[in-house]
Design a protein around this ligand. Structure first.
Ligand code: ADP
Ligand code: MG
Length: 683
């Protein structure tokens, strides 16, 4: 019997109407019901009040000492109160809006009540009351599961129904984890873990059950990912690039600097991938300024030497132009012909570029979305690189991959992704990390100041401008209060224009057209504008080495990752640079964020702490994060389990007899059922 195919109506007490309501909760099958786990438990175990915490839920038993009094107020609202003798302690018990209890409560009666404990007033606000000793026995000492519900479903009904489902179908729950793994980590068996996650006899038992289910979930997820990846690799024929390593070395030796150790390692990893007949699918992570562009240039050169064309895709036109310039400097002396393809080319220019690409007259094309939106035909596309890939949707990435035979793909990102997220969200890719900055790069001095010292911040900007440097002033723009924020930015812009004159100040905001934005950005890059006030972080992804000051206004309204990105915009010229965070945070996390920023400039550390502060869901911001929806596991809390599960999954699936081992047949069946579903979707 396969519980995944058994409709939930098979459970006694679940009719058509209930089934519809359960469907609202995502429950269609018996398996869905059995794995609809509680998000917390109500604790009905008797406690000793002398050691209970203030505001904690407590359950106590005692005798009523006084005649309960009832008070009515506001028409329908009521409050009953009485004294209860709990182990010699006279506790005030209060029942709100439970007037029906008045007639049941009698002096001298034995009661068990559960509710919130007020330690200072020796008072319990009761929400559950148990009268008969049978009822008391049944509840006392239990942890009651609490489920998220909606519509007509009630928690008590759900509890009962899940219990019923276990009675009917518990023995059909099949173990999926190999015995050796279960024994190695002393994991509960599946049926027991599922049952005890709903109905634990102790906190400890509940957490052991949770651990088992979290392991299973992460293990199966990793297995699925690896299986899918192996299959695509077998199906897709990649290009085995052939190039002269000596020539690549020459290019590297001709650079005005020598590569950092991390860059050398990453180059090796990428070139090895390119030589291999498998399609490369690699994520390159490196903090802002760690030197990813030169890596792209080297890969594009090797690709050129093997007779292929390459494409570099970036999010904005100005970035495309900057990258084109940097690549030209490195590649043109070696005979590589470059082209630019953006949305603002004239029809004639575009047609020309397109035909150059089709005929193989251009070797490398740098472009924006235009590269994937148009019917670009390549003579022979061998390598695709995207920069700041998180700004391209997952679908767009896939579409780009389809062009050409099966070009190698390299995604570059300056957003450090904590490892636990990297191996879940990007588990289908290999990951390279540049974890070292070029020598001589000074960390940006970072200060957190309160808004009342703003005049001094302005003085500081003025001083830097006198020294011929440039500055960014970022004002947050957050949707709900867009208007207000715009006024803010406008006001800051006007104030600075006045107080900094004759220094030229520019304003960049989200309401401007792309062309207007590019124009302002261009003027800033050309030092035609010295101070740039911007409401948006998107457009500042540009290299202006002369900018040495980054001021972020209301900095507590930005996430850590964003602040780190912003800070990375300055200090790119090699000299000293300063980041000033102006903020009066009102929350603990706000203060914590400011503190973290002043404590470290390590992008990975910041990302990890951001993840801990915000949780995985918010880390990427949008839903397109690709983060799987785990039922039990939590990629932050269960990071260790995830690592272990991944290692185990790799070991199993790469063992030569994986498909022969009889005891692994539940896993085989699981993977085959995924194959039947067709394309496994991870997005
Ligand atoms: P990012 O990783 O943010 O894209 P870039 O590729 O723009 O960084 O590099 C930032 C700056 O550092 C560029 O001016 C680049 O020429 C320089 N750079 C890159 N690698 C090195 C190195 N190994 N030594 C010194 N400077 C380097
Ligand atoms: Mg870059």
């Amino acid at each position: 019997m396969d519980l995944r195919n058994t409709p939930v109506t098979a459970v006694t007490g679940v009719g058509e109407k209930r089934a519809e309501e359960l469907e609202q909760l995502g429950i269609r099958t018996v398996e869905d019901l059995l794995t609809y786990f509680p998000y917390r438990y109500d604790d009905y175990r008797l406690v000793d009040l002398t050691s209970a915490e203030h505001e904690e839920r407590v359950t106590v038993r005692g005798k009523l000492l006084t005649i309960p009094s009832i008070r009515w107020y506001g028409g329908k609202k009521s409050r009953i109160s009485a004294k209860l003798d709990v182990d010699g302690l006279a506790v005030q018990v209060v029942w709100f809006n439970q007037a029906y209890l008045k007639s049941k409560l009698q002096i001298g009666q034995s009661l068990m009540v559960s509710g919130k404990w007020d330690r200072h007033r020796l008072q319990i606000t009761a929400d559950r009351t148990f009268f008969s000793s049978a009822e008391q026995e049944k509840q006392a000492g239990r942890l009651m599961p609490v489920y998220s519900i909606s519509g007509g479903i009630k928690v008590a009904w759900l509890r009962k129904t899940i219990h019923q489902a276990f009675l009917q179908f518990g023995r059909h729950i099949e173990e999926v984890l190999p015995t050796e793994i279960r024994e190695q980590y002393r994991l509960m068996d599946r049926a027991q873990a599922m049952y005890r996650l709903h109905f634990p006899r102790s906190r400890e038992e509940g957490s052991r059950a949770r651990r088992r289910m979290a392991y299973e979930e992460l293990f199966l997820y990793e297995l699925k990912l690896l299986h899918w990846r192996r299959q695509t690799r077998e199906r897709v024929k990649g290009i085995a690039h052939e190039f002269d390593t000596g020539q690549v070395k020459q290019l590297i030796e001709g650079l005005p600097f020598s590569l950092t150790g991390a860059q050398q390692r990453v180059v090796r990893e990428i070139l090895d991938d390119m030589r291999s007949p498998e399609q490369m699918h690699r994520l390159l992570q490196g903090d802002v300024g760690s030197g990813k562009t030169v890596i792209a240039a080297i890969a594009l050169y090797a690709n050129y030497l093997s007779g292929c064309q390459g494409a570099l895709m970036v999010p904005t036109e100005i970035l495309a132009e900057q990258h084109l310039q940097s690549l030209r400097k490195i590649l043109e002396p070696h005979g590589v012909r470059l082209a630019l393809l953006t949305g603002s080319l004239t029809t004639k220019e575009r047609r020309e570029v397109l035909s150059e690409l089709q005929m193989g007259l251009a070797d490398v094309v740098v472009g924006t979305h235009a590269l994937i939106q148009e019917p670009v035909m390549f003579h022979r596309l061998g390598l695709v690189i995207t920069d700041e890939q998180h700004r391209f949707g997952v679908k767009q990435r896939a579409r780009f991959r389809e062009k050409g035979e099966a070009p190698d793909v390299l995604h570059m990102t300056a957003t450090p992704i904590p490892r636990t997220l990297a191996i879940t969200v990007y588990g289908d890719m290999d990951v390279s990390v540049i974890d070292e900055m070029p020598a001589g790069r000074q960390p940006v001095d970072t200060y957190w100041v309160k808004s009342d010292v703003w005049p001094r911040v302005v003085q500081f900007i003025a001083k830097e401008c006198r020294n011929h440097h440039q500055a960014y002033v970022i004002c947050p723009l957050i949707d709900e209060s867009e208007k207000l924020d715009l006024q803010n930015a406008q006001a800051v812009y006007e104030e600075l224009t006045q107080s900094l004159a004759p220094v030229r100040v520019g304003l960049l905001h989200g309401k401007m057209s792309p062309a207007e934005k590019e124009e302002v950005m261009r003027r800033f890059a050309a030092n035609d504008i010295q101070v740039l006030v911007s409401t948006t972080v998107v457009e500042v992804g540009v290299n202006v080495p002369n900018a040495t000051v980054m001021v972020v206004y209301d900095a507590d309204r930005f996430g850590l990752a964003q602040l780190h990105q912003l800070r990375g915009r300055v200090g790119r010229g090699g000299g000293a640079a300063t980041c000033i965070l102006v903020a009066d945070p009102k929350t603990e996390t706000g203060v914590e964020r400011m503190r973290i920023m002043t404590e470290t400039t390590d992008g990975f550390e910041i990302a990890q702490r951001d993840l801990e502060l915000r949780g995985p869901g918010d880390f990427f911001g949008v839903k397109q994060s690709g983060l799987p929806d785990f039922r039990v596991a939590d990629v932050v809390e269960d990071a260790k389990i995830l690592e272990i599960a991944r290692t185990d999954a790799i070991r199993l699936i790469t063992s030569s007899d994986f498909w022969q081992r009889k005891e692994w047949s539940p896993l085989h069946r699981y993977l085959r059922s995924l194959d039947e579903e067709g394309q496994v979707n991870f997005d």
